[in-house]
Design a protein around this ligand. Structure first.
Ligand SMILES: CC(C)(COP(=O)(O)OP(=O)(O)OC[C@H]1O[C@@H](n2cnc3c(N)ncnc32)[C@H](O)[C@@H]1OP(=O)(O)O)[C@@H](O)C(=O)NCCC(=O)NCCS
Length: 159
């Protein structure tokens, strides 16, 4: 019989990814190209989900992505990915993106997004993921909200 995966805290898979915004990452206005930021967010979220699940994952869904503020060429881009909620073979990961001005140290939030990743086994089939340790009221709130969003997400998918 396969052993059930041991619960893991969100802190164990927290992923911080840092980039520098070069001209090739920008749009015609000299601000960050949205597609580039989405690719980095997918990468940070994917690494976070692989750390939590202990293996390969694929991106199943991306929702609630909001571009709140622009990022300038030369800014430092910091992506923070955290597991909000865990289901059977899938996980909701929140990815926040911040920009930092290296000269002034000013930091502002640019993107909020939530993505669903599915853990995949060697045959390419979904596999069970470890439960999430819910140690604090914040952990519990995030998990409750992730479960509510998942119900909406799956209802949309059925429609
Ligand atoms: C994601 C994928 C593996 C799901 O496969 P599937 O045959 O639908 O598998 P299941 O129906 O058993 O679903 C597996 C899990 O994914 C979840 N899921 C599937 N599609 C979803 C969606 N659109 N939104 C949210 N969750 C989704 C299911 O709810 C289930 O979660 P649970 O086990 O935690 O309850 C499959 O659709 C796929 O491979 N998609 C392409 C992924 C891809 O190429 N991504 C980009 C590159 S990484």
């Amino acid at each position: 019989m396969t052993a059930l995966p041991q619960p893991r805290p969100a802190s164990a898979s927290l992923t911080i990814m840092t980039q520098l915004l070069f001209p090739e990452h920008a749009n015609a206005l000299g601000k960050a190209f949205g597609g580039q930021i989405m690719a980095w967010a997918d990468m940070a979220g994917g690494i976070c989900s692989m750390r939590h699940s202990g293996g390969t994952t694929v991106t199943a869904a991306l929702d609630d992505l909001q571009f709140e503020n622009p990022i300038n060429i030369g800014d430092t881009v910091v992506l923070e990915a955290r597991v909000n909620g865990v289901f059977r073979t899938s996980m909701e990961v929140e990815v926040l993106v911040f920009a930092e001005n290296p000269a002034t140290g000013a930091r502002w939030r640019c993107v909020e997004s939530r993505m669903t990743f599915v853990a995949i086994d060697g045959q390419g089939l979904p596999r069970a993921v470890p439960p999430l340790v819910l140690a604090t009221p914040d952990d519990q709130r995030r998990s409750d909200e992730a479960h509510a969003r998942r119900a909406e997400r799956l209802a949309r998918r059925r429609r």
